[in-house]
Ligand binder design. Structure first.
Ligand SMILES: C[S@@+](CC[C@H](N)C(=O)[O-])C[C@H]1O[C@@H](n2cnc3c(N)ncnc32)[C@H](O)[C@@H]1O
Length: 280
């Protein structure tokens, strides 16, 4: 029985971290002529209304996207993420917040494809309502990890796979590691980004070790720690393991995340770290 609904958490600091990382990966795909595919294993409802009763109940976005000041003198890609959210709001209303499928949609060109899986029946219905008019998107109400484990290289060879579970079950950490093992066997050249929460009990650590070992020098961890005063709901930070990122990507992300955390938290608060995988 699935109970997690992302609308309670949409736009929090972890979403900003994940979505800025995703935007940078999509920009890379978009900058090259060949078509690409984007896969989102746990799609959610596509986009969210931060004025909804659910989002207002937790108000997590208030220490995330809502706290982000516009950079006065943009230094990094963080400004492009702020602009992406603003442009989305121009079209969908001033309290709208784009989730990963809506962000990816901004980068789709003729020939690019998007595949979304979402298991929660209510969330899947919202996803259909929000995005089914885009003909480049294929949506399935099915298990995201199963879908990713069975992916094979598509006819256009470039792809991004976002794995963004809700981690409602402790077994998901183990399942994600197993899924990545199968996925890298089937399609070794795709870019994979695996998100996880950093909770106070550090239950992510075993999975992170396994993923960095699996990826070796093709993988790195990006880790955002929140300042202590905004650690809520047991989540003290947000992490992603990225596999097969383009050259120089970790450095670009590092400077963007340092600027973004200063815009979102107060200057100098919180922490962002990159941990490189080791050669196998
Ligand atoms: C963290 S949210 C996704 C947020 C979305 N990727 C974004 O960034 O906008 C996780 C989603 O996974 C869905 N979910 C949970 N278990 C799933 C499964 N086994 N397969 C696919 N979706 C699942 C939940 O219903 C929830 O909507």
């Amino acid at each position: 029985m699935l109970s997690y609904q992302h609308v309670y958490h949409a736009g929090n600091f972890a979403d900003v971290h994940k979505h800025l990382t995703l935007m940078l990966l999509l920009e890379h795909m978009h900058s090259k002529p060949g078509s690409f595919s984007f896969y989102d294993s746990h799609a959610g409802r596509g986009y969210y209304d931060l004025a909804s009763p659910e989002a207002q109940k937790t108000r997590e976005h208030e220490t995330g996207i809502t706290a982000v000041d516009e950079p006065e003198k943009p230094k990094t890609a963080a400004a492009r993420y702020v602009k992406l959210v603003e442009d989305f709001r121009d079209k969908h209303g001033e309290t709208a917040y784009p989730g990963s499928p809506a962000i990816a949609q901004q980068f789709m060109r003729h020939g690019d494809r998007m595949f979304l899986t979402e298991l929660h029946p209510g969330e899947f219905q919202h996803l259909l309502d929000n995005l089914s008019h885009y003909k480049t998107i294929e949506m399935r109400k099915s298990d995201g990890l199963e879908f990713v484990a069975r992916l094979t290289k598509p006819h256009h060879l470039r792809g991004i796979v976002l794995i963004d579970p809700s981690y409602e079950l402790k077994t998901e950490y183990r399942d994600v590691a197993r899924t990545m093992m199968r996925a890298l066997n089937n399609w070794s050249s795709a870019i994979y980004a695996v998100w996880y929460p950093i909770l106070t009990d550090d239950r992510h650590k075993q999975m992170v070790r396994s993923l960095l070992t699996l990826g070796g020098s093709t993988a790195f961890e990006t880790r955002l720690m929140a300042p202590e005063d905004i650690v809520g709901h047991g989540m003290k930070g947000s992490g992603l393991i990225v596999f097969n990122a383009p050259e120089g990507f970790a450095e670009t992300l590092r400077s963007a995340m340092i600027e973004m955390k200063d815009l979102m938290f107060s200057p100098g608060a919180g922490d962002h770290t990159i941990v490189e995988g080791q050669p196998l």
